[in-house]
Design a protein around this ligand. Structure first.
Ligand code: IMP
Ligand code: MG
Length: 188
């Protein structure tokens, strides 16, 4: 159907684009450093377990950076969901879909961001129950002032203040995962 130019540009709200907090080049540099730290720390073989969906972009970059670091990680996906509001996690974390087979494996558990710590703690517990030989934790972003459960992850990309961030796989109500940088979510 033909529409006027005006109706095309008016189709849907035009959102403010998030401002850059951590740029793409800085993310790429830090991911290479993290891969070198992982390579020095994890036994051979090991399996990268990516928490979906937030760690998707990080995991993809980290896998390739691990090749640069001379490692050959395997890949498994784990999806968890927490009930509740959009910008805080509600406290109850549940498994979505199938539990990956990890019995006997050394794991690198990768998440996008650690806030209260509930998600990472729940994931570690599930992996332990599933028989993982060891679990090393890595998050791109850590908000230490928000921690309620657990401690500091073994490897952290960047410590950030208590802001609600998006981009590089991280969403706000399923939006902004596509941004190649980390920014503050508009309106938060
Ligand atoms: P936690 O369970 O409170 O540590 O929260 C961790 C999860 O909450 C992350 O895996 C994200 O999915 C989500 N989250 C926490 N902070 C942010 C944020 O600033 N932006 C987007 N998602 C966040
Ligand atoms: Mg998440």
């Amino acid at each position: 159907m033909t529409t006027s130019g005006d109706s095309l540009v008016d189709d849907g709200a035009v959102d403010e684009r998030p401002e850059v907090l951590i740029g793409a080049a800085e993310l790429a540099r830090r991911v290479e450093e993290l891969a070198a730290e992982v390579a020095a720390r994890l036994p051979e073989p090991f399996t990268l377990v990516a928490l979906m969906k937030g760690a998707l972009v990080l995991a993809a970059d980290l896998l390739r950076a691990l090749d640069h670091a001379g490692r050959r990680p395997r890949l498994k996906l784990l999806q968890l969901a927490s009930y509740g509001a959009h910008t805080t996690s509600a406290g109850e974390v549940r498994l979505v879909g199938a539990m990956p087979e990890v019995a006997g494996a050394h794991l690198l558990l990768v998440d996008d961001i650690q806030d209260t710590g509930r998600t990472l703690a729940a994931a570690c517990e599930l992996l332990r129950q599933a028989g993982a030989a060891s679990t090393t934790t890595l998050v791109l972003l850590d908000k230490p002032t928000r921690r309620l459960v657990g401690g500091t992850p073994d490897l952290v990309g960047f410590e950030i203040p208590d802001l609600f961030v998006v981009g590089y796989g991280i969403d706000h109500a399923e939006r902004w995962r596509h941004l190649p940088f980390i920014g503050q979510a508009p309106g938060t």
